[in-house]
Design a protein around this ligand. Structure first.
Ligand code: NAD
Ligand code: UGA
Length: 469
């Protein structure tokens, strides 16, 4: 059997590396139009930072795992083609700012159709609006010149989270496969299920119809994000009442019906998917006339925006209502720890908010390059997926400094804002940092990871999310 995967990104790369590792009898080729990305996958400096990924890639690369830009050859030879291309939010036209942009998906489908000389199973790995398989089916069948070639489409959404991708792929809670209830549909489901059963217990490989699988992915992300917005809403109430959001989260999380995961109040959720997928869900609801349902889910995104704004207002308000010309050290720019990914990171909105009030943000993140920070700070919302982004917001760049280290970022700063929960931030010598800062020195802990009592003892004025002030 030969598997090809179109899209060598955060999902395509790690997912295929795991399949290759666990199925030495299957040849797996990961394809991309981005040559630089493919070269990086073929080197020891992988294009994405993910703990444990390099070891998995090195174990299988050159044996049965390959990375290539030769899309036509490998698509034509494959029995199963995964499509794991980006599906960002549309930035123009109908549905701009909400609907999923399926340009890349459609491009991949056309590429499959024109390069297929034998029947294939096509696997939707990307997160897509419900009913996409139907649209893709039309593109595939009407663009393939050989009528004997059949395409069976499956939906196999990915649930991995960045930073824990390898363990999520190694031991997933479940793998979901949706397909048609026809003889060829059932055969395709069986074939894909067998691939996963090389390392995943069969009871964890769930099967369902195509539309349920597509919708389950959007729903899972909507529910996860909803928990964060819910606890973040409560964090605002805690600050007004003297309750402590971590104590509240612990108290409710011990109820087994609620569970204790995903209840960390934060400066806001980020990442390439939560916002995009909820907006996509809202748009699907609107297009079928379910306005109230769309509005319900939209509140999850609104509350997230509110949380980021609230944090900015807290920083400015605490620092005597102005941060003009004040240096603010930003600890962490990635959207979460253990990743270098900055897509939709709350740090962008927080830094832009502070800069709008005149602050100079000295940003330090152990895994994010200065180029990426400059790019993010000059890219309009939703435009980050565009290769040639417009530099319309570049005025922000004048107030961005890059800290070569956390110590460098705090020199002369009036405040530290913790925006990513990197473990190493807990171990810094805050006493030494305090000596280097302008006074009064503030700490705004947007992730609640620091020892606040100790910081207060040192002399810092500390604001912690959802904690008594
Ligand atoms: P990504 O941007 O990192 O990777 C997508 C890749 O596809 C890019 O390298 C791009 O060059 C390539 N591509 C686009 N069109 C192509 C074409 N026609 N031929 C060959 N290559 C092409 O995106 P990602 O983060 O891997 O996400 C992919 C999909 O998976 C999205 O739908 C996303 O919602 C979903 N998803 C992402 C995550 C995550 O943690 N990032 C988790 C679960 C699901
Ligand atoms: C999320 C989901 O967890 C994955 O299951 C899904 O496959 C993926 O989206 C996707 O579809 O892209 P990811 O975005 O990589 O994964 O990371 P998460 O751990 O979910 O964190 C998302 C954001 O929420 C981060 O900014 C994180 O800091 C924040 N978060 C998370 C909180 O603020 N509080 C929490 O309790 C948990």
């Amino acid at each position: 059997m030969k598997i090809a995967c179109i899209g060598a990104g955060y999902v395509g790369g790690p997912t295929m590396a795991m399949i290759a590792l666990k199925c030495p009898h299957i040849e797996v080729v990961v394809l991309d139009i981005n040559e630089e990305r493919i070269n990086a996958w073929n080197s020891d400096t992988l294009p994405i930072y993910e703990p444990g990924l390099l070891e998995v890639v090195q174990a299988a690369r050159g044996r049965n795992l390959f990375f290539s830009t030769d899309t036509s050859k490998h698509i034509s030879e494959a029995d199963i083609v995964f499509v794991s291309v980006n599906t960002p939010t549309k930035t123009s036209g109908i549905g701009a700012g909400k609907a999923a942009d399926l340009t890349y998906w459609e491009g991949a489908a056309r590429m499959i159709a024109s390069n297929s000389k034998s029947s294939k199973i096509i696997v939707e790995k990307s997160t897509v609006p419900v009913k996409t398989a139907e649209a893709i089916g039309k593109v595939l069948s009407r663009n393939c010149s050989d009528p004997s070639v059949q395409f069976e489409i499956l939906s196999n959404p990915e649930f991995l989270a960045e930073g824990t991708a390898i363990q999520d792929l190694m031991k997933p809670d479940r793998v979901l496969i949706g397909g048609s209830d026809t003889p060829s549909g059932r055969a395709a489901i069986k074939a894909l299920k067998e691939v996963y059963e090389n390392w995943i217990p069969s009871e964890r490989v769930l099967t369902c119809n195509l539309w349920s699988a597509e919708l389950a992915k959007l729903t899972a992300n909507a529910f996860l994000a909803q928990r964060i917005s819910s606890i973040n809403a409560i964090s605002a109430l805690c600050e007004e009442t003297g309750a402590d959001v971590q104590q509240v989260a612990h108290a409710i999380g011990t109820d087994s019906r609620i569970g204790n995961k995903f209840l960390n109040a934060s400066v806001g959720f980020g990442g390439s998917c939560f916002q995009k997928d909820i907006l996509n869900l809202c748009y699907v609801c609107e297009t079928v006339g379910l306005k109230e349902v769309a509005e319900y889910w939209y509140q999850v995104v609104s509350m997230n925006d509110h949380q980021k704004n609230r944090f900015v207002e807290r920083v400015i308000g605490s620092m005597f209502n102005s941060v003009k010309n004040k240096k603010v050290a930003i600890f962490g720019f990635a959207f979460k720890k253990d990743t270098g990914d900055t897509r939709e990171t709350p740090a962008i909105d927080v830094c832009k908010g502070l800069i709008q009030d005149g602050a100079i943000c000295a940003i330090y993140d152990p895994e994010v390059s200065p180029e990426m920070i400059f790019r993010d700070m000059s890219t309009p919302k939703f435009e980050w997926d565009k290769p040639n982004y417009t530099k319309s917001a570049s005025r922000f760049l004048e107030n961005v400094l890059i800290g070569s280290s956390a110590e460098d970022a705090v020199k002369g700063a009036h405040a530290i804002c913790v925006l990513t929960e990197w473990d190493r931030f807990k171990d810094y010598d805050y006493k030494a940092m305090y000596e280097q800062m302008s006074k009064p020195a503030f700490v705004f802990d947007g992730r609640n990871i620091l020892d606040h009592d100790k910081l207060r003892e040192i002399g810092f004025i500390v604001y912690a999310l959802g904690k008594p002030l």
